[in-house]
Design a protein around this ligand. Structure first.
Ligand code: ACO
Length: 332
């Protein structure tokens, strides 16, 4: 997918809840260990959203942080796309709730559900709206409160995830050479059962049995997801690099979805990327689903690892299965 007109990311904002849940905290409630979690996943701690607050609250905070770091006034947002698998509720959309909380008088917006690929899919959607001229200032938010849908008794899943939100602003490019370059996306629904939340939708509406059977929590076949993610992160990255004639050595940074350090390191090794070309921050936050990539972008900016003109590769694989890679030249 190549845009009709040059489009750039003009800013990044983020939000992380205060409360930290460390591996040592988990050792107290689960048959697990800091050593196991760290070795198998690379995660040390994650953030947990306090009760009474929801995904929309994190999204609002991330947008406020975006406004603080740019000249964006919330009332200038003419499209708001919220990527999440943990909406406040099935409807109204989280985008509507965020719009109301921000007090933006008139804007348009909607939610996008693509699990860990939510952010890259929403980014491509925003790019399409701006490059077609239909919208000028699109805010994309990746926000997930995974703590609300993981089973605290299931050590296979609950050690992996955390809560957080990241937001970006998409606008027409100021310098046409520093812009979104291309995106490659693919879905494979045959992997649906390998990672899902079985109940609470139209197939199995909530009832006493679904609650008793713990079907409102994430269920995962970790090894199938691991194998698919490992293969596809590399394949989709190679595909977008090759068709744009960009060598891995030309990348300033690969910003991958943060699910497991072994998936990221394996992909980076096979692409011949050096450690300094790869952003790895899941140790502090775990897998925040739609939020990992903007949170990693934010960390890269704070560490001065992103400069104008740098070529960046985003790569993600998630439930569905969903697959997505994005190539862009950083604009500021
Ligand atoms: N603490 C201690 N032991 C554990 C834990 C835990 N938290 N979780 C599982 N184990 C045990 C298992 O029960 C198993 O024991 P057994 O051999 O007695 O049966 C043993 O550890 C090994 O389990 P495996 O599943 O083989 O462990 P593996 O090395 O594959 O790691 C993991 C599991 C981390 C879930 C891995 O498969 C993974 O990361 N998969 C990808 C999942 C993922 O990232 N999903 C997120 C969303 S999708 C995405 O973002 C790509």
């Amino acid at each position: 997918m190549r845009p009709l007109c040059p489009v750039q990311i003009s800013g990044v904002g983020s939000y992380l809840p205060e409360q930290r849940l460390t591996n040592h905290d988990l050792e107290r409630t689960l048959d697990t260990s800091d050593e196991w979690i760290l070795q198998r996943t690379g995660i040390s701690e994650r953030r947990v959203l306090e009760s009474g607050r929801a995904t929309s609250d994190m999204a609002v905070e991330a947008i406020r942080s975006l406004c603080d770091s740019t000249s964006l006034d919330p009332s200038d947002i003419d499209l708001l796309i919220v990527a999440s698998v943990t909406p406040d509720m099935l409807f109204p959309s989280t985008a509507c709730l965020v719009q109301s909380k921000l007090g933006i008088p008139s804007t348009w917006g909607f939610d996008l559900s693509a699990a860990c690929c939510g952010f890259v899919y929403a980014l491509s959607t925003g790019v399409a709206f701006v490059s077609s001229g239909m919208r000028r200032k699109v805010v994309v938010v990746g926000a997930d409160a995974m703590s609300r849908i993981i089973d605290p008794k299931d050590r296979n899943t609950c050690v992996l995830f955390g809560d957080g939100a990241g937001a970006i602003l998409i606008e027409p490019a100021v310098q046409p050479e520093n812009c979104f370059i291309d995106a490659f996306h693919e879905i494979d629904g045959s992997g649906g059962d390998s990672l899902c939340m079985p109940a609470g939708g139209s197939l199995q509406p909530a009832n006493a049995k679904t609650v008793k059977d713990r079907l409102h929590f994430v269920k995962q076949d970790g090894s199938t997801v691991f194998k698919f993610a490992t293969r596809k992160m590399e394949e989709a990255s190679r595909r977008i690099l090759e068709r744009n004639k960009i060598a891995p050595s030309e990348l300033k940074l690969m910003i991958p979805h943060q699910a497991n350090a072994r998936i990221i390191r394996g992909t980076a090794e096979r692409l011949n990327l050096r450690n300094d070309q790869v952003v790895l921050n899941l140790g502090n936050y775990g897998n925040t689903t739609a939020a990992t990539i903007p949170l990693a972008m934010q960390d890269a900016l704070l560490e001065a690892r992103l400069q104008k003109g740098d070529i960046i590769l985003l790569a993600s694989v998630g439930a569905g299965f969903t697959v997505g890679t994005t190539l862009l030249r950083w604009a500021y």
